[in-house]
Design a protein around this ligand. Structure first.
Ligand code: IPM
Ligand code: MG
Length: 358
């Protein structure tokens, strides 16, 4: 198979971790006789510094022409504490999601048994958890009209959804549920929000086309609580952009760390594969970041993006083996297991590569 893959490392630890996602893709290509051509693009703070724009036209063009995109992270502390900044790194990510029509963000909560002790939640609560989130990604309050009074006394972000936006992601989630345990939980705030009542109406309508899937509707506040009380009760979770953003950060603690969670953003064209974590400038460039979310994002690129299911499984197995041997970056180390060995970004990446090449 011959494919063009665009690498967008982005900001902060994005640079370090994406190196390993890319190395893994190269190793897979070598091993299986595929030919991946890599190109690189800039986005976020690095792009603002270089061009003034968080998403330069050149990066967008390269993205549209590629077969798949592996992205790192976005953001810089400098903007977080400056509410008046006109240009922000995150605008680049939101724009590329919109431009590429990436309306469905799949976030699997993949729990490795070796990391049961790394979570702050009790292992007996976590064991056996396997959740697949479908977060809507190009609508909601993220993209609604924004307003701000000149004198700074008022601001608003419009939360809105069109029926078709809910329909298309609902279909994706129902299809997935069909191939998993045939259970789907739709999360909204229909007791308060008009957008959520539309959401629920559409999901109920679409559910009729999937009579084999058992549907539950849950309010976001309750879902946030149930997720840590009994995560095993969830399988496919379907939710809106903002709720999904918050709920998946919470769910990352089930997997032990934000540094473990990969995601696939898909929709109309080229897919975009990215860790759910941020740019973590506090540890950037110090060989401390966990490269596994990027490596697992590369695995999603392989199976969801390119249909290379076996190759993706090999990557996940290589990660599992590395963890089994006790290797831990600091975010997943908990000092509870005597055989645990703390290492940095580079070594973790190298060990996974070693396993993969076996
Ligand atoms: C995510 C991130 C982004 C989001 C930010 C960086 C804009 O938190 O992918 O979850 O809110 O969608
Ligand atoms: Mg987020």
């Amino acid at each position: 198979m011959s494919k063009n893959i665009l690498i967008i490392p982005g900001d902060g630890i994005g640079q370090e971790v994406t190196t390993w996602g890319k190395n893994v893709l190269e190793a897979v290509a070598d091993k299986h006789g595929h030919s991946f051509q890599f190109d690189e693009g800039i986005m976020g703070h690095v792009a603002i510094e270089e061009t003034g724009s968080p998403l330069p036209e050149e990066t967008l063009e390269k993205a549209k022409e590629s077969d798949a995109i592996l992205f790192g992270a976005i953001g810089h502390a400098k903007y977080d504490n400056d509410p008046h900044a006109k240009v922000r790194p995150e605008q680049g990510l939101l724009k590329i999601r919109k431009e590429l029509g990436l309306y469905a963000n799949l976030r699997p909560i993949l729990l490795f048994d070796e990391l049961l002790e790394a979570s702050s939640l009790k292992p007996e609560i976590l064991k056996g958890t396997d959740i697949l989130f479908f977060r809507e990604l190009t609508g909601d309050v993220y993209f609604g009209e924004k307003n701000k009074a000149e004198d700074g006394s008022f601001a608003s972000d419009l939360m809105n959804y069109h029926r078709y936006e809910v329909e298309r992601i609902a279909h994706k989630a129902f299809e997935a549920a069909r191939h998993r345990s045939k259970k789907l939980c739709s999360v909204d705030k229909a007791n308060v929000l008009e957008t959520s009542r539309l959401w629920r109406d559409v999901v109920q309508e679409i559910a009729k086309q999937y009579p084999d899937v058992e549907v539950e509707h849950m309010f976001i506040d309750n879902a946030a609580m149930q997720l840590v009380k009994n995560p095993r009760k969830f399988d496919v979770v379907l939710t809106a952009n903002l709720f999904g953003d918050i709920l998946t950060d919470e769910a990352s603690q089930i997997a032990g760390s934000m540094g473990m969670l990969a995601s696939a953003s898909v929709g109309d064209g080229t897919g975009f594969y990215e860790p759910i974590h941020g740019s973590a400038h506090d540890i950037a460039g110090q060989d401390k970041a966990n490269p596994l979310a990027s490596i697992l994002s590369a695995a999603l690129l392989l199976d969801i993006g390119l249909g290379l299911v076996e190759e993706a499984e090999e990557v996940r197995d290589a990660v599992a083996h590395t963890l089994k041997e006790g290797w831990r970056t600091i975010d997943i180390a908990n000092n509870a297991t005597p055989e645990e060995k703390k290492i940095g970004t580079k070594q973790m990446g190298e060990f996974v590569l070693e396993q993969l090449k076996k």
